[in-house]
Design a protein around this ligand. Structure first.
Ligand code: ZN
Length: 202
């Protein structure tokens, strides 16, 4: 019996994602589809809901509102960072995405929004926050998930890089660990004869 998209299946999806103005910002082809585990929050809720019940070969156009996509844009998610807290040779560029580790060890991506003489404004909103998302999708394959995939909450590839789904759109070219700065107080207690060491040392 032909399968349809439902909780607990791995779906192979070809899609195009466009902004309302028609600009294409992401896609996957039928030859190299995106695999995701249905019902596990691997994709935005507004798209996942609309894929429910589709069969292999079905196509659909789905418009996803920001609140069912990457959320509304939140101005509070901007943070001004002291430029002196960055390493001197840090290759700052407007619009670049950097990985920031907070003091609890969580890694978040931030976009460099503004570069001023003494400060840098980082934007922790998802780059697609506030956007209406226009998907056109085709279901290319459906299979039952393995026990391990259900446990992990994501599909595993044919190759062993099992956590590729989380990492695939992650631009780790510029990683910077801000936790050194955030932990400064502790550091100073430990080595208080070290006042003139350059900031941003590892
Ligand atoms: Zn896994």
């Amino acid at each position: 019996m032909a399968q349809s998209v439902k909780e607990g299946v791995v779906v192979s999806l070809a899609y195009e994602l466009r902004l309302p103005n028609g600009d294409m910002i992401d896609q996957s082809t039928p030859e190299e589809p995106l695999d995701y585990l249905h019902g596990a929050d691997n994709i935005v809720p507004g798209l996942e809901r609309e894929l429910e019940g589709m069969a292999v070969g079905d196509t659909k156009t789905v418009v996803v509102a920001p609140e069912d996509g990457y959320g509304q844009y939140d101005p509070e998610q901007r943070e001004v960072v002291n430029k002196a807290d960055l390493p001197k040779d840090f290759p700052l560029q407007l619009g670049m995405t950097i990985a920031v580790t907070d003091d609890e060890g969580y890694m978040e991506e931030a976009m460099v929004r503004e570069i001023n003489a003494n400060s840098v404004t980082l934007d922790f909103n998802h780059p697609l926050a506030g956007q209406e998302l226009h998907f056109s999708v085709q279901v290319v394959g459906i299979r039952d998930a393995t026990e391990e995939e259900l446990e992990h909450g994501h599909p595993h590839g044919v190759f062993e890089d099992e956590d590729y789904l989380e990492d695939e759109d992650f631009d780790d070219e510029f990683e910077y660990d801000f936790s050194d700065e955030l932990d400064d107080d502790e550091d100073e207690l430990e080595d208080d004869d070290d006042d003139d060491a350059p900031k941003g040392r590892r």
